[in-house]
Ligand binder design. Sequence first.
Ligand code: SF4
Length: 279
Amino acid sequence: MTSSSRRFSDILIQKRTCKSALVRSRISVLDYAVNPYLGCAHGCVYCYATFMARYSGHSEPWGSFVDVKANLPEVLAQEVRRRKPGRVGIGTVCDPYQPAEANYGLTRSALGILGKAGFSVSVATKSDLVTRDIDVLQDVQDATVEITVTTLDENAARFFEPGAPSMDKRFEAMERLVKAGVRTGAFFGPVLPFFSDRADKVEQLFEKLSRTGVRRVLVDRFNYLRSKYPLIQGWLRANRPEAVPHFEKALRQPGWYRQRLGETILGARKYGLDCRVLF
Ligand code: SF4
């Protein structure tokens, strides 16, 4: 039920109440999931979570609305008393450190509640705001943070992830987390044809990652971008036409692309990163 709404910059923010905060996760390595926000101001063009707009009755474009589960800390505090401790994914659907978190602090509250109740957490984000919570993360047993990186081409990043922090901020965040002793990895995905899949691009990225101190990288390709391609194609044609054949070949020949990308990733092993390819 909506209790209030206001505009935060040009994002429609609505405070809602939730009935449940700790839900069973379908991801094999997690027991539960907590998602303090529905909708995401990062507004990534390739976002897999856009289907959530339908379930929440939003007709606004993805990236322009965020529902804030304002009572999530109270609900979660009750639920952890009834549930067996396990591993909790924070932000399995929408980014838990998107800009609204700076105001509402729901992710920070959730980490504190889960940590005190003996749950372990796995945080996924694109935002350096996660470093604000280093003190809380240090107190949660077996806390891990995964920061997503996609491309070092800032111009492309602004199109694909218009509301997300720059790659440099993400690298800085990794470095700060690692230095603070928080187990931190990188999620390299979706790998964008032309912008981030060529050997020199992968090497540059891995070299930067290795300098942050992270040792783990999960890599995922862009297979779910197929349905988003009509929108992507328009931008590519207008701004980076040289990338069009690369995207289209990757979509037309997924088997070939998978193999080629796998080989390219293997070629970047020299940076000493423990790399898991998820395709
Ligand atoms: S940060 Fe994640 S949840 Fe947010 S728009 Fe991008 S892909 Fe979607």
